[in-house]
Design a protein around this ligand. Sequence first.
Ligand SMILES: CSC[C@H]1O[C@H](OP(=O)(O)O)[C@H](O)[C@@H]1O
Length: 327
Amino acid sequence: MRVIPFRFEGNRFWLLDQRRLPKEEVWVPCQTAGEAADGIREMVVRGAPAIGVTAAYGMVLAHLSGQDPAEADRVLRKSRPTAVNLFYALDRMKPHWGDLEGSLREAQAIWAEVEATEQAISQHGARVLKGQVLTHCNTGPLATGGYGTALGAIIEAHRLGRVSHVWVDETRPYLQGARLTAYELQKAGVPATLITDNMAAYFMAKGQVDAVILGTDRMALNGDFANKIGTYGVAVLAHHHGIPFYPALPLSSVDPHLETGAAIPIEERSALEVTQLRGVQIAPEGFPAAHPAFDVTPHTLVTGIVTEKGVLYPPFDDALRGALGWG
Ligand SMILES: CSC[C@H]1O[C@H](OP(=O)(O)O)[C@H](O)[C@@H]1O
């Protein structure tokens, strides 16, 4: 059963508060673009494609509340910097500024595109997965509003009898794996085991990981990509152990302005998300803590890129340009 993280109802965009999962299912109503931006920034809703859909409906809310679309666009663009889906969606909404019906149609189209591309990603990704798969962070319907990307592929591969078990990285510090991926795999009936991030090497060394698949927040044209912090480490471990490593993404997550990953903006989040665990102080009060929320994995560590157009193999510059229709 898929848990869709939002719904548009009664001229409000309702967000399932992912900070409260898996214990409580609490819905938060957004009536303005500012409230949608707050929901993105505070990670009520999170996940690259889901952020894009939320931003699109934030522009619909701006029209419903009589807000200047340019101001709404500015507020939404400031909410989080790394996932390119946010900017892709707002660029798609721009031609409809001042037009409520057109904005609503475009937002619905963006959401429908998420659903369609992720069904394809899941089917293509399922064909490269087998045995025991490790994943990092959360890339299911909660992160996308559709079928999921990497987790969609895992669930489909299990349905086909290809994947027998999933190692779920808890994904410190925000714990998207422990709280959200475990929740989604349990609902989907897929056998899985939660591990702390520092256990991945142990299970790889024991030969208990046959493939790694995970998400993408922004990919450059050479295949370098940004994803949840810890992804780069998993990629290095997989490379060392000769384990196939696949980022999964819709092609709308490719940044057409970036030749390499060097310029991908990395979000710095509050140190409190590291020094506290669900509000419980775990480090000395005020102790300094770093919190880059993403890291960049070089394309040289990537086996294949799972997209709605199929699985792309090196040289990724050519493969991505071909998939984007750039010849
Ligand atoms: C389907 S891509 C989801 C992507 O977004 C997550 O980041 P966050 O939870 O901070 O929005 C993570 O990087 C996932 O891989």
